[in-house]
Write a protein that binds this ligand. Structure first.
Ligand SMILES: Nc1ncnc2c1ncn2[C@@H]1O[C@H](COP(=O)(O)OP(=O)(O)O[C@H]2O[C@H](CO)[C@@H](O)[C@H](O)[C@H]2O)[C@@H](O)[C@H]1O
Length: 468
């Protein structure tokens, strides 16, 4: 079975967040199950594309409104990433140093048309087209209704929602960017008087998945305006929990770690990584170390951090290190907190893959007070690295973390408030003091299997159910 995944991100080619991790791992595991799974994404101008050699496999021209844009498709063989990779190179528009910008309607519309043009001329059409997030949300519509792509009417499409907060809205004034389709189908593009690629995908894809069962349930009551649509389409919707790529997230081989470790050497391994972090960021290594890694946006609850940290750090017996970027006011506030607590708090504003791995390894606790968390990968990386997750009770966090009070291994707070997050931190500090139990818990969590094997099989079953 041949599957084409279409996405804006894919690790290690280009990553902004968890979407990249999933698209960089799932196809690899699907290939191990005997499928032929490939990825198509934009060609960005970044260190990955600068340092790899690609083969040009197709050249064409696409029509974006009144503009004719030449594009090429470049490929990388399977042996390099575990799946064949195809990159859509559209000079100037997509060939940029960044992944997202203010011009994304045009950029990703052009990307989607180029993908359709490329797939149209393939001798063997894919058995499944699997699209990820709103940047690819108009592909199921084009496959079913655009005049030029009639060849795809019988090809099943699967659409995965990684985050329903972002929907790719644009105005009906720009409808001419979409390749010609019967006017009677305009309703499929519309939601609340805007063109809404996420809503369109939910309406048009043969199956819709999201990245955890609990998030699928939550979407029926809160989906940034799409809850009634999710509810009415629920027969074709299913939640499949993400996995993690255990070949990348492996404490024994991770090249970013100061010291590699296994369950048996976790004590010394984590100690060495913690020491590096504490030396680098001038923190007291005797204290339990809490970290946060992620985008500084409302969904992640990061706006509460300045207040949470000021309260929690009244206790000098804990340290906090944060890595992330996003909301500028939050960034400023977080930097200010450093002045008040120079010995047990620090923050790195920016994106740093290598540092993130060292933090999962060197930390004692990972903070994730998310308001919305479709799946969350960080908590699963933390578990695998022997770091206890301190999380809110939402989405995929419900499906992956069990509280200590329920014979579990993590710490859960039900409300996303300063008070409850600080209480959760205090509970964690008390847990850290129970040395033997704490150490035993570390070994237990490292053994939890969140690899992709099970979920890749679930996607396989879903694809098989769509065979025409
Ligand atoms: N500043 C930084 N430096 C280095 N690394 C950083 C970083 N900020 C984030 N990361 C990394 O980006 C990834 C974030 O993944 P998440 O799944 O937790 O969240 P995200 O909201 O991006 O993904 C969305 O899609 C994924 C995939 O489906 C869902 O799990 C999730 O719930 C949903 O919100 C992790 O690999 C993390 O280490």
């Amino acid at each position: 079975m041949q599957i084409i995944h279409i996405s804006a991100e894919c690790y290690p080619v280009a990553k902004v967040g968890g979407l990249a991790d999933v698209v960089g791992a799932l196809p690899k595991y699907q290939n191990e199950l005997g499928m032929k799974s490939k990825v198509i994404m934009p060609f960005y101008d970044n260190s990955f594309t600068q340092n790899n050699k690609f083969k040009k496999v197709f050249a064409g021209t696409l029509q974006l409104g009144s503009d004719s844009l030449p594009f090429t498709i470049k490929s990388l063989p399977k042996k390099q990433l575990g799946f064949e990779l195809f990159l859509v190179d559209i000079p100037k528009l997509l060939h940029t140093s960044f992944v997202y910008s203010d011009d994304d309607t045009r950029r990703f519309m052009a990307f989607q048309i180029a993908v359709m043009q490329y797939m149209l001329q393939l001798k063997k059409k894919p058995d499944i087209v699997h699209c990820h997030d709103h940047h690819t949300g108009l592909i199921p519509f084009m496959m079913s209704h655009a005049d030029a792509y009639e060849d795809f009417r019988q090809t099943p499409s699967v659409f995965t929602i990684h985050n329903a907060q972002y929907q790719g809205w644009f105005s009906h004034d720009q409808v001419n960017l979409i390749p010609k389709f019967p006017l009677s189908k305009i309703g499929l593009l519309d939601w609340d008087n805007s063109i809404n690629p996420l809503a369109t995908a939910i309406k048009c894809a043969w199956r819709v998945t999201t990245v955890s069962p609990s998030y699928m349930e939550e979407l029926k009551s809160e989906a940034n305006g799409l809850q009634s649509l999710i509810t009415s389409e629920s027969d074709k919707c299913v939640g499949i929990l993400n996995g993690i790529d255990t070949s990348v997230w492996n404490t024994e081989t991770d090249p970013f770690l100061v010291k590699n470790y296994s369950e048996t050497t976790v004590l010394s391994g984590k100690k060495a990584n913690k020491k590096w972090l504490c030396d680098e960021f001038k923190l007291n290594a005797e204290n339990p170390l809490f970290v946060f890694i992620g985008r500084l946006v409302g969904e992640k609850g990061s706006d509460l951090f300045p207040q949470v940290f000021k309260k929690a750090l009244q206790n000098p017996k804990l340290s906090i290190l944060l890595l992330g970027s996003g909301n500028k006011d939050t960034e400023k506030e977080l930097l200010k907190v450093r002045k008040q607590f120079p010995k047990n708090y620090n923050t790195f504003i920016g994106y740093n893959e290598a540092l993130s791995h060292k933090m999962y390894a060197g930390a004692d606790f990972l903070l994730m007070p998310s308001r919305v968390e479709p799946c969350g990968l960080n908590q699963m990386y933390a578990l695998r690295y022997g770091t206890v997750p301190v999380v809110s009770k939402v989405g995929g966090l419900i499906d992956t973390v069990v509280d200590l009070n329920e014979n579990g291994f993590g710490i859960i707070h039900t409300e996303i408030t300063v008070t409850q997050i600080v209480e959760a931190i205090n509970r964690a500090v008390e847990f850290y003091k129970k040395d033997t139990v704490f150490r035993k818990n570390r070994k237990t969590i490292m053994k939890i299997d969140h690899s992709w094997h099970l979920s890749a099989q679930k996607y396989s079953n879903l694809y098989n159910s769509l065979k025409v």
